[in-house]
Design a protein around this ligand. Sequence first.
Ligand code: PRP
Ligand code: URA
Length: 214
Amino acid sequence: MPAQTIPGVTVIDHPLVRVKLTLLRSRETTPAQFRQNLTELATLMAFEVTRSLETRTQEVHTPLAPHAGSQLVKPVVLAPILRAGLGMVEGMLHVLSDASVAHIGIFRNEETHQPQSYYFKAPVCLSDAEVIVTDPMLATGGSAVAAIQTLKEGGASTIRYACLVSCVQGIERLRSVHPDVQIFAAAIDPELNERAYIVPGLGDAGDRYFGTVR
Ligand code: PRP
Ligand code: URA
């Protein structure tokens, strides 16, 4: 099956998404440009990630007449995997201004590539909410699997996962453990290298976003 048609995965193919992702990939891009483009890309992705949110009728009165409009049925919780996932929150909040934010502290051990959890704080509405996990990179999938497990243990039941760059290995891992979670990505890259970095990828997303490149 072609990588772009994996069940449970939506690849957001849009000219602006492709252009901004290209800027993020370029090693010439400065931290300031990286932040700006990551924010803008997250805003664009929010449209597709939220497409299936349920709405109900909301009656309003325009200055001229009553109108049967729409409101979201459930609250939205954005759940960034720290650190790099934070980079997608600001952009998504541009179009989800009422969303709450759950912080999930996980970093990947550089030798074993296993996720290590260090923090979790979620809003009380987690179990009623539409949760959107954000993290720019889905590499081995270990961090995503652990983050979603933490959210489920905290009561979350409706979870979407949004990343920029994914790869088949990470997608398969995440789908095998959490098949209920729809994955949204701007790209599916060909492979992981021996350090479990996505190739071509964009490098270390957290280091590039926060200007901590070694
Ligand atoms: C990166 C990235 C993901 C994880 C992906 O975070 O932001 O969270 O690695 O790798 P995986 O799919 O193999 O688990 P990192 O651990 O570098 O932490 P940071 O965001 O604090 O830099
Ligand atoms: N984490 C990153 O930031 N980039 C990768 O390619 C893999 C893990």
